[in-house]
Write a protein that binds this ligand. Sequence first.
Ligand code: GLY
Length: 368
Amino acid sequence: MAVIPIALAGREYEVRIGAGLLANLAQECGALLRKDTVPIVTDRNVAQHWRETVGKSLEAIGKQAVWYVVEPGEGAKSWIGLQELTDWLLAQNVERGDHVIALGGGVVGDLTGFACSILKRGCGFIQIPTSLLAQVDSSVGGKTAINTGAGKNLIGAFHQPSLVLADLDCLETLPPREMRAGYAEVIKYGILGDADFFTWLEAMGPRVIARDPEPLEMAVATSVQAKARIVAEDEKELSGTRALLNLGHTFGHALEAETGFSDRLLHGEAVALGMVLAARYSARRGELSEQDAARIASAIGASGLPSKLGELGLDCDGSTLTDHMLHDKKMDAGTLPFILLKGIGEAYLARDVDLADVARFLDEELSR
Ligand code: GLY
């Protein structure tokens, strides 16, 4: 098992990564569970696979799980979903010193974390991420949110969990497409800040995606270590360091918006293609070599993730995509910062990007 500390003064916690954690909750988090009943939020798919294991694991220490099960999908991250969950937590008499368990992917983690940030002005919670994307990204670092009619994740709070348990066994039941989409966030850490990790993934990526236990643990642990460093340096995304995690997300956001935030393009797939576009645009600006941009596109394509904009079959032009970017929550004082590359492992925040130039670039990419 890998144990990665998140060093936030007064709110430090561990991310534990390994197999068999859910079957051993007594040892992993028993000390944080002070009452006989343990509120657990999950979704229907995850409940189907893990409810029994978790229930038994808690019974072993004389605790009873009480379940709140949402429907899978972003629909749960709504005002109404938040109201229903907070009402339920109040009915369970959850107090500030208690811990709620979020057992699921990013939707369950974001919704539960936000509910816990406001319940009685903040109660504890434990993240047990069950998707690769949640294990390497959304469960770590305390971003919580719901969606509104105005956009995704626009209402939320920074609220750090007390513990993150990334059980690699959970990934065994993940559909291959979700596994690949999560892998986009893994390779992102290499592209943005760790050239050696990127080179390792070029060789080992297929084994990570195939869930080969050793490379999988190594990939998750290296990703979480990278995120831990970034979060410790810039918890609230103020200095620009945490913003580097948005590599591929501005282009990706436009693609998700154009495809209606639907199953046509999963978030991780949009980020994957977004990273290729960020690399190719960096090369167009003369900041990244054409060879490195090609290496990034090829590593992403070889993982079974989309790497060519022209192959998405979008019926739009570049300016339609840049218009979507203007509604991105990353807009700052009327400008849109982009995360671009000076090399593999050398992402930086560019504040001088001209959207009309991006639109021309996207027109070229759409017809490639
Ligand atoms: N998912 C990006 C971040 O946690 O900042």
